[in-house]
Write a protein that binds this ligand. Structure first.
Ligand code: NAP
Length: 387
């Protein structure tokens, strides 16, 4: 416990951490809705009465799920929820079968206090959920674990406020911080555990994206191939301004199971791709390549909230230069590539991420013999970086 935290503040933080934890497990399964967690607890005894999370495809919401799990035992108790409860009448579910917004379902269940990690910027909610609860006499506290909750809901928040999904770059580098160019298939510079972690990142995304040259060099499949998670493969997105890629790509073989979308610039005609492969065009940027913001908006319009970019150096540099990368995940092996390696951001190596005004490191740990480091864009949500 921190020296300044009161026992109640510390207990609030612990229950909210639990709510965040349950929400993290369903990242990548709730789009277009955010992955939210809710815990109903007895503050006096410290007992957890129920845990709830957003269900697959986004409904029922976490609060409705937690109330159903509590089965009437939430009366007079406290709910901890990672995002403001909704207040509009939609497809929301409640235990008694009525389609109540979550704020009203909480009132109907007789909860005494609600602790909210962060407000929902969705214009249909935007403070109304909190107002409904307070208006009915429920005590509401806001801001417990706010930073963490914002990063958890980053895809939803950015989709609502910037018309784009959350963008996570994933880059595997050698011991000397360089990229190994593919040779008809990906070249592994990290061990099996970092590679398995990369598949978890795919499972937590709504779309996985690569540039044209990665497809040419590696011919990747881009599916999630972890045991038991094969059905968690997100749609695959290729950036290929002039539709130069051939119709024979490996990933087209599984398009009936996992969608593929190719983005090109307006005026370019795609070749005849296999049935099921989707092509879209957007306006070119000043350099004639794809306007990345337009690509992201097109995906956000489909409900995509989280994009994992498996970034070759050109695409990595383009996202960072456009300030469209929110998180960078670096898996670092031990092999030394020397002159055969490429800098991960074309003209810049990993030192680019040392600029504290733009990036802060949230994780730096060993994973088997390799290293896993995660950086977040500083002040993306006006928040203070972790020390
Ligand atoms: N170690 C890793 O984690 C990792 C991950 C991925 C890839 N790789 C390796 O990286 C290599 C490929 O990297 P790369 O730098 O050569 O190419 P890349 O980043 O895979 O793709 C770059 C291409 O994307 C297209 N593109 C479309 N819109 C763009 C935009 N707005 N900005 C920039 N590019 C845009 C461009 O081709 P058009 O102009 O034709 O559209 C560009 O040449 C491969 O050898 C692969 O094995 C390594």
């Amino acid at each position: 416990m921190s020296a300044t935290a009161t026992p109640r503040a510390e207990q609030d933080r612990r229950f909210m951490q639990l709510a965040l934890h349950v929400a993290k497990r369903i990242l990548g399964q709730t789009a277009p809705n955010p992955a939210v967690g809710a815990v109903i607890a007895d503050e006096t005894t410290g007992e957890v009465i129920a845990r709830g999370w957003t269900q697959v495809s986004g409904r029922p919401h976490a609060e409705a799920h937690a109330l159903a799990m509590a089965d009437g035992r939430g009366h007079g108790k406290t709910m901890y929820v990672t995002l403001e409860p909704c207040s509009y009448h939609g497809r929301t579910y409640s235990r008694v079968g009525k389609k109540l917004p979550c704020a009203e379902a909480i009132l109907a269940a007789g909860l005494r206090r609600v602790v909210v990690a962060t407000e929902d910027p969705n214009p249909e909610i935007a403070g109304n959920g909190i107002a409904v609860l307070r208006g009915a006499g429920v005590a509401v506290d806001i801001g417990v674990c706010r930073d963490e909750a914002r990063w958890l809901a980053a895809g939803h928040i950015l989709r609502m406020t910037a018309h784009r999904p959350f963008v996570q770059l994933k880059i595997a580098v050698s011991g000397d911080g360089l990229i190994a160019p593919g040779e008809g298939a990906p070249v592994w510079v990290t061990g099996p555990d970092v590679r398995a972690y990369a598949h978890i990142l795919r499972a937590h995304a709504d779309a996985v994206m690569v540039g044209r040259r990665t497809v040419e060099d590696d011919d990747p499949d881009l599916t999630c191939r972890l045991p038991g998670l094969a059905n968690r493969s997100p749609r695959r997105v290729i950036l290929d301004s002039s539709f130069r890629l051939p119709p024979t790509l490996k990933m087209f073989q599984t398009v009936h199971r996992v969608p593929v979308i190719l983005f090109g610039t307006e005026g370019h005609k795609p070749p005849k791709y296999p049935t099921g492969v989707e092509t879209r065009t957007v306006a070119p940027a000043a350099d004639g390549r794809l306007d990345l913001q337009a690509v992201l908006k097109s995906l956000a319009d489909d409900g995509v909230t989280r994009v994992l970019v498996e970034a070759g150096p050109t695409i990595a540099a383009a996202f960072v230069e456009a300030d469209l990368a929110d998180e960078v995940v670096i898996g670092r092996g031990t092999e030394i590539l020397g002159p055969s390696g490429r800098k991960p951001f074309v003209d810049h190596g990993l030192e680019l991420l040392d600029d504290k005004s733009r990036w802060h490191c949230i994780t730096d740990r060993k994973l088997s013999g390799d290293r896993l480091t995660v950086y977040r864009r500083t002040n993306r949500f006006g928040s203070t970086p972790s020390p």
